[in-house]
Design a protein around this ligand. Structure first.
Ligand code: PEP
Ligand code: MG
Length: 884
C-alpha cells in the first residue's frame, strides 16, 4: 500500500480504477485530455480500507493530505474555503471501482455556512440562488452525515409553500429560503443537540467519513451481492469544485448517453434541464427535456457537447454516459463512464464500434457479458413496465410468459387448442403432465428444485419456468392459489419471469427474442477464435433444428428418457415396466421401438453431417409411474366409496408395483447403467431403434455419426458388459439390413469412482462426456433438489461457497476430478475425445475451465448455444491476453 492517499485530478489516469475508483480515474483522464472538468482531487479506495481497519477513524495522515490538496485547489480556483467574499464550494461524491449508481452517498454545495452564503449571494448577484443552495446543503448534509430524515425538512418547505399559497419550490423567494434555513438549523440543533457545523473543514472531514461509511449501507451491500462485486474493495471519494447549473437561464444540467442504451442506435440520447442542479433531474420534480431540444435552446453549447461526447467515446472506445453542467454559458463535464445498456444494445454497439474502426473484433468479443445474452434468447418482460410482484421462486428456466392460471395438464392443452395462453401451476410436475407443459406458455411449481422435472423439461423446450415457489399454497381441489392475503383463481392472469423467479400479477407486455444481424456477426467472430466445439443437449428434432440454427456443431446429449415421456408413450412405457411376463414386456418394447427410431431419424436429419450423441435410459423406472401418494389417496377413496370394481383391483396392483419400485434415495439408486445391467431388454431395444434409424437415414442420403453413451458408469466392468451388448446389437442390425455403419461407444463420467479409475475405463470407452450435474451431486454428496431448496442459499450467503456449484463449476473439487480423468483417459488412449454435457457446459466461468483443461467440446441446451460460443471465444482470448 502506498502512503499517498490523495491524488489531484491531473495526477491520475484511467488505468487507476482500483485505486481512484471508476469516477476518479475518469475525471483524472478527462482532466489530462484537456476537457473542461471542474478541478478537484480523489481520496483513494486504500484510504477507505484504512478507515475500516482503524476502527472507523480518519487518520491524521489522511487529513493532512486532504488539506494540502485543498490548498492546491484554492490556488487553482482562486477561491478560499470558508472565505465570505469568494468562497470555495465543493461536491463530495463516492466513486467505487465498479459503478454502483445511486447506491452510496453524495453531498453538494459543501463549504456553505451562515457567512459564506452571503459571499455567494454577492458574488452571483443572486441571493435566491445562494440561500436555496445553502438550504439544500443543510438538508443533504444532515441526512447523509447526521442521519436526520428528509421528512423533517420537507415538512418545513411544504408548510411555507402552503402559507404563501404556492405549489412550486421555484415560487419561493430569497427571504423565504432564509426563513427555511432558520428552521432547518433549529431542527439540527434539536435532533443532534449540537449546532450545524459552520467550519467547512469539519464539514469536509465529516462528509468524507459519511461517504466511506456509505460503502456499507444496506442498499450498497445488496447491490454488490446481486452484481457479485467484492465487499472488500472500498470506495474512493471525489472532492470537486462546484459548478452551478441553477444560476439562471444561461445555466443548466443534464445527462446523456453517446448511443441509445436500449437499442444501441448511434444517436445522442439523454435529457437536460435549464436552470437546475443535477439532483433536480434525478428527483423527478421537474420533467427534463430531450437532449435534442438543447440544440435550439443553447446551440453553441450543444455543438460543443456533441464534439466532446464523441471525443470521449473515441478515447474510451465505448459508449459513454456523461453528466454535464452549464454554468453561465460555460460547459463542464462532471463525469463520464461506460453506459449501462441492454443486451441488444451491448451487441449492436460492440459490432458497430468494430465497423467504425474504433475497437478490434477481439475487444468486441471480450466486452459482451455472455450471461447478459440470455435476455436476447427468450421472450422477456418489457423493461419499461412497473411490475406487481406477488411471489418469488427459483428461476428455473429463463424467459417470461403471461397467461391464465390452469392447474391441470389436460385442461392446459385444451385451452391452448382454443387459442388461449395459459400458465400451468402445479405443486410439481410429472412425466404425465408433459403435454400440459408443452401447451402452456410457462410453468410454475410450488415444489422442486432446479433439476426437477418441470425445470429440466422447460429448459429443454426453452419455456419460462419457476420452481420451488414455496409461498404458493396450491389448493388443487378448489383450483385456487393463495399467496399471503391474495387469492388467485383458475383463469386469473399472471406473468412469470423465469430469469428472476418473479411471479407477477396480471399480464405484462413481452418482447420477443431478437437474433439481430449484429448478434449473428458477433457469433461468427467468436467461431473464428474459439477452440472448444459447442454442441447442444436436445432430445427431439425440433430442438435439434433450433440448436443448429443457433450454431450447434452436433448433439452432445440426447436424453432418450424424454422420448419415453411423450403423452402417447407414457402408457406403453408403463406397460413395459408393469408387465408380468416377457411376452407382455416385448409387446410394449416393440411398440416403443418404432417411435424412438422415428425420433432418432428426425434428429439425424436435423444434424446431417454432425455427430449425435445418444444416451441410453438414465432415470429410475418409477419416474414413469403415477405418484405413490396419489395412488394411495385414489384407492382409499375407492374403498371408502365401496367401488370394489375392476378399477380398484387394477389400482391396487399398480400401487403394489409402485411400492416395489420405491427407492430411499433414487439419485443414488436403481438408475443409469444399473438399469441396463438388470433390465437389458430396454437398452437393447433402444440400441436397436438407434441403429435402425442410422441405417434408414443413411439410405436416405443423410450423413450420420452416432455416438452411443452409457450413463452413470462407476466401474469398468459395467461399461465392458454394456459395450459388448451394443456391439452385438450393432452386428445383428448390420447383418440383417446388409448396411454397414460406423459408431462409437463411450461413457458419461459422473460418478467420482469413474473419474478416479478413468485410465481403466478409457480402455472400454471411445469418448468421455462429463456429466457435471451428477458429478457435482456425488462429489459434494449433495442431492441437488434438497440442497437448493434447503441450505445452499445459506452457504452462498455466508460465503461458505462462492457460488452455487450446480451453476458455476466447483473447480477445486469437481474440476480436479475432471482434470484428473482427462489426463488419465488420454494416457491410456491418446487424443481421447472429451466433452461436458452437464449444465455447466453453457456457463461462462465453467467454460473457461473446460477450455483450460483441454476438453474437446461443451454441450448445453439449444438456447444457451450462442452463450457457449461466445464464452468459448472469450476463454481463448483471455488466455492470449494472459500470455502477452
Ligand atoms: C449430468 O449428470 O451432468 C447429466 C448431463 O445427466 P443428467 O442431468 O441427465 O443426469
Ligand atoms: Mg447425469
Amino acid at each position: 500500500m502506498s502512503t499517498k492517499k490523495v491524488y489531484l485530478f491531473p495526477e491520475g489516469s484511467k488505468d487507476q480504477k482500483n485505486l481512484l475508483g471508476g469516477k476518479g480515474a475518469n475525471l483524472a483522464e478527462m482532466t489530462n485530455a484537456g476537457l473542461p472538468v471542474p478541478a478537484g482531487f480523489t481520496i483513494t479506495t486504500e484510504a477507505c480500507l484504512d478507515y475500516y481497519r482503524d476502527g472507523e477513524l480518519l487518520s491524521d495522515v489522511l487529513m493532512e493530505q486532504v488539506y494540502t490538496a485543498l490548498d492546491q485547489l484554492e490556488q487553482q480556483t482562486q477561491k478560499q474555503f470558508g472565505n465570505d467574499v469568494n468562497p470555495l464550494l465543493v461536491s463530495v461524491r463516492s466513486g467505487s471501482v465498479f459503478s454502483m449508481p445511486g447506491m452510496m452517498d453524495t453531498i453538494l454545495n459543501l463549504g456553505l455556512n451562515d457567512k459564506t452564503v452571503v459571499g455567494l449571494a454577492n458574488l452571483t448577484r443572486n441571493p435566491r440562488f445562494a440561500y436555496d443552495s445553502y438550504r439544500r446543503f443543510i438538508q443533504m448534509f444532515s441526512n447523509v452525515v447526521l442521519g436526520i430524515d428528509h421528512y423533517f425538512f420537507e415538512e418545513v418547505i411544504d408548510g411555507l409553500k402552503e402559507k404563501r399559497g404556492v405549489s412550486e419550490d421555484t415560487a419561493l423567494s430569497a427571504e423565504d429560503w432564509q426563513e427555511v434555513i432558520g428552521r432547518y438549523l433549529e431542527i439540527v440543533q434539536t435532533k443532534t443537540n449540537a449546532p450545524f457545523p459552520q467550519d467547512p473543514k469539519v464539514q469536509l472531514s465529516q462528509a468524507i467519513e459519511a461517504v466511506f461509511r456509505s460503502w456499507n449501507n444496506a442498499r450498497a451491500k445488496v447491490y454488490r451481492k446481486i452484481n457479485k462485486i467484492p465487499d472488500d474493495l472500498g470506495t474512493a471519494v471525489n472532492v470537486q469544485l462546484m459548478v452551478f447549473g441553477n444560476l439562471g437561464d444561461d445555466s443548466g444540467t443534464g445527462v446523456a448517453f453517446t448511443r441509445n442504451p436500449s437499442t444501441g442506435e448511434k444517436e445522442l440520447y439523454g435529457e437536460f434541464l435549464i436552470n437546475a442542479q443535477g439532483e433536480d433531474v434525478v428527483a423527478g420534480v421537474r420533467t427534463p427535456k430531450p437532449i435534442a431540444d438543447l440544440k435550439e435552446q443553447m446551440p453553441s453549447i450543444y455543438k460543443k457537447f456533441v464534439e466532446l461526447s464523441s471525443l470521449l467515446e473515441v478515447h474510451y472506445g465505448d459508449m459513454q454516459d456523461i453528466e454535464f453542467t452549464v454554468e453561465r454559458g460555460k460547459l463542464y463535464i462532471l463525469q463520464t463512464r461506460s453506459g449501462k445498456r441492454t443486451a441488444q444494445a451491448a451487441v449492436k454497439i460492440a459490432v458497430d464500434l468494430v465497423s467504425e474502426g474504433k475497437i478490434s473484433k477481439e475487444e468486441a468479443l471480450l466486452r459482451i457479458d455472455p450471461d447478459q445474452m440470455d435476455q436476447m434468447l427468450h421472450p422477456r418482460i418489457d423493461p419499461n413496465v412497473t411490475l406487481q410482484v406477488i411471489a418469488k421462486g427459483l428461476p428455473a428456466s429463463p424467459g417470461a410468459a403471461s397467461g391464465s392460471v390452469i392447474f391441470d395438464a389436460d385442461e392446459a392443452e385444451k385451452m391452448t387448442e382454443k387459442g388461449q395462453k395459459v400458465i400451468l401451476v402445479r405443486p410439481e410436475t410429472t412425466p404425465e403432465d408433459i403435454h400440459g407443459i408443452l401447451a402452456a406458455q410457462g410453468i410454475l411449481t410450488s415444489r422442486g428444485g432446479m433439476t426437477s422435472h418441470a425445470a429440466v423439461v422447460a429448459r429443454g423446450m426453452g419455456k419460462a419456468c419457476i420452481c420451488g415457489c414455496e409461498q404458493l399454497k396450491i389448493d388443487l381441489r378448489n383450483e385456487l392459489v393463495v399467496i399471503g392475503n391474495l387469492t388467485i383463481a383458475k383463469g386469473d392472469h399472471i406473468t412469470i419471469d423465469g430469469s428472476s423467479g418473479q411471479v407477477i400479477q396480471g399480464t405484462v407486455p413481452l418482447i420477443d427474442p431478437n437474433l439481430s444481424t449484429e448478434f449473428e456477426q458477433l457469433l461468427l467472430w467468436a467461431d473464428e477464435v474459439r477452440r472448444l466445439k459447442v454442441r447442444a443437449n436436445a432430445d427431439n428434432p425440433v430442438d435439434a433444428k433450433k440448436a443448429r440454427e443457433f450454431g450447434a456443431e452436433g448433439i452432445g446429449l440426447c436424453r432418450t428418457e424424454h422420448m419415453f415421456m411423450e403423452p402417447d408413450r407414457v402408457p406403453i412405457v408403463q406397460q413395459m415396466i408393469l408387465a408380468d411376463n416377457e411376452e407382455e414386456q416385448q409387446s410394449a418394447l416393440s411398440k416403443l421401438l418404432p417411435m424412438q427410431k422415428e425420433d432418432f431419424k428426425g434428429i439425424f436429419a436435423a444434424m446431417d453431417g454432425l455427430p449425435v450423441n445418444i444416451r441410453l435410459l438414465d432415470p429410475p423406472l418409477h419416474e414413469f409411474l403415477p405418484n405413490m401418494e396419489d395412488l394411495v389417496v385414489e384407492l382409499t377413496k375407492m374403498q371408502y366409496e365401496n367401488t370394489n370394481t375392476q378399477e380398484s383391483v387394477t389400482t391396487e396392483a399398480l400401487l403394489k408395483k409402485v411400492r416395489a419400485l420405491h427407492e430411499f434415495n433414487p439419485m443414488l439408486g436403481h438408475r443409469g447403467c444399473r438399469l441396463g445391467m438388470t433390465n437389458p431388454e430396454i437398452y437393447q431395444m433402444q440400441v436397436e431403434a438407434l441403429f435402425l434409424a442410422v441405417v434408414e437415414s443413411k439410405q436416405a442420403g443423410i450423413t450420420v455419426s452416432p455416438e452411443v453413451m452409457i450413463p452413470l458408469v462407476g466401474h469398468v466392468q459395467e461399461l465392458k458388459a454394456l459395450r459388448r451388448m451394443v456391439i452385438a446389437v450393432g452386428e445383428k442390425i448390420q447383418e440383417e439390413t446388409g448396411v454397414s455403419f460406423d459408431y462409437t461407444i463411450g461413457t458419461m463420467i459422473e460418478i467420482p469412482r469413474a473419474a478416479l479409475t478413468a485410465e481403466e475405463i478409457a480402455e472400454q470407452a471411445d469418448f468421455f462426456s462429463f456429466g457435471t450435474n451428477d458429478l457435482t451431486q456425488t462429489t459434494f454428496g449433495f442431492s441437488r433438489d434438497d440442497a437448493e431448496g434447503k441450505f445452499l442459499h445459506t452457504y452462498v450467503d455466508q460465503k461458505v461457497l462462492p457460488e452455487n456449484p450446480f451453476i458455476v463449476l466447483d473447480q477445486a473439487g469437481v474440476g480436479s476430478l475432471i482434470k484428473m480423468a482427462t489426463v488419465a483417459g488420454r494416457k491410456k488412449k491418446e487424443g481421447l475425445k472429451t466433452g461436458v454435457c452437464g449444465e455447466h457446459g453453457g456457463e461462462k466461468n465453467s467454460i473457461q475451465f473446460f477450455h483450460d483443461t483441454g476438453l474437446d467440446y461443451v454441450s448445453c441446451s439449444a438456447f444457451r448455444v450462442p452463450i457457449a460460443r461466445l464464452s468459448a471465444a472469450q476463454a481463448q482470448l483471455n488466455n492470449s491476453v494472459k500470455k502477452n
